[in-house]
Ligand binder design. Structure first.
Ligand SMILES: *Cc1c(COP(=O)(O)O)cnc(C)c1O
Length: 343
């Protein structure tokens, strides 16, 4: 029996269609702007998000770091959520690469209220840093895949315009947010100056993200990408798979959300603590303390039953659904979890 891998949606294997597209991809030197497949991917990314331009980058981390480097001069302060990927999981790149100071605010299930952002913007004062960027994470990973409502995005966008501060969205899973809200990605990106979007998570591509924004912004970000060693030459091999992801893997994300909901409801039914209000996309975070075991022990037992998952703290376990997880896998996972709870 192959393992059921719920550790992350980054574990997805390229589909058959992706492998074929990679094999036949027309390529060129992307540093010269001559890779037709990369150019097509960037054009489609810009079109879908309603932005002037897009940049194909190696990873979501690179997209976020480039965004901060391009938006904010060194020494500036950026507002972000305390558990956001940018602040939590990017190896201190904000300090080391971008040279900015982070002002982490604790959100409500990962969501930053406009009023809290407004209160954190620095006044014009010779002693204080200048606030030049607001970073949102949509969907929010550590909060369990929660998303901003369109009204919340509108309010933040209005406040940012008033204060003359740019907005960057870490939209690693922005397509999940769009599908969950039954809207288009452009509806969500319009409230943000720039957005980074992962192609290698739910969309299933082997690697890469897109950073989208104004044409002038992307010209400057492209220079920083080269500086960081992100000039990838015949990157069309990767872009070909990403194009398949963008054009054929978006709508099916609804299946992943359905599966996550089933897992979340089953965990709750088994008496495990899970905030079902956060289970809206493809992530389920639940507390296993009631089993008398810690997360590490539960993960070991799940592993023996053929299920891989990640610990998310002493007693918290995270499941992430993706296209490699079938309805039968969900049923088997629920059975394995029930066995562990019964002890
Ligand atoms: C996965 C992820 C990223 C980017 O991760 P990479 O592994 O660098 O592609 C960025 N933000 C969030 C919220 C993520 O979940």
């Amino acid at each position: 029996m192959p393992m059921i891998d719920l550790r992350s949606d980054t574990v997805t294997q390229p589909t058959e269609a992706m492998r074929r597209a990679m094999y036949t991809a027309e390529v060129g030197d992307d540093v010269y702007g001559e890779d037709p497949t990369v150019n097509r991917l960037e054009q489609l990314g810009a079109e879908l998000t309603g932005k002037e331009a897009a940049l194909f980058v190696a990873s979501g981390t690179m997209g976020n770091q480039l965004a901060v480097m391009t938006h904010s001069p060194k020494g500036d302060e950026i507002i972000c959520e305390a558990e956001s990927h940018l602040f939590y999981y990017e190896v201190g790149g904000l300090a080391y690469l971008a040279g900015v100071q982070a002002r982490p605010l604790t959100g409500d299930k990962g969501i930053l209220p406009a009023a809290a952002i407004d209160a954190a913007v620095r006044p014009a004062d010779i002693h204080q840093p200048h606030t030049s960027l607001i970073c949102l994470e949509n969907t929010h990973n550590r909060a369990g895949g929660t998303y901003y409502s369109i009204d919340q995005l509108k309010e933040i966008s209005r406040l940012a315009a008033e204060r003359e501060i740019a907005v960057h969205t870490d939209g690693a899973r922005l397509f999940n947010a769009a599908v969950a809200q039954q809207t288009t990605i452009a509806e969500l990106t319009q409230y943000s100056d720039t957005v980074s979007i992962c192609l290698s998570k739910g969309l299933g591509a082997p690697a890469g993200s897109l950073l989208v924004g104004s044409a002038a912004f992307i010209v400057r970000a492209r220079r920083f990408r080269k500086m960081l060693g992100g000039g990838m030459r015949q990157a069309g091999i990767l872009a070909a798979a990403a194009l398949v992801g963008l054009t054929s893997m978006v709508e099916r994300l609804a299946d992943d959300h359905h599966h996550a909901r089933q897992l979340g409801e089953a965990a709750a039914h088994l008496g495990l603590e899970v905030d079902l209000a956060t289970v809206k996309t493809n992530i389920v975070i639940f507390d296993v303390e009631k089993t008398g075991k810690n997360a590490r022990q539960v993960i070991e037992l799940l592993q023996q039953a053929g299920v891989k998952a990640n610990a998310f703290g002493e007693y918290k376990v995270r499941f992430v659904t993706h296209y490699g997880v079938t309805g039968a896998d969900v049923e088997n996972t629920i059975r394995a979890l029930a066995q562990i709870v019964k002890g």
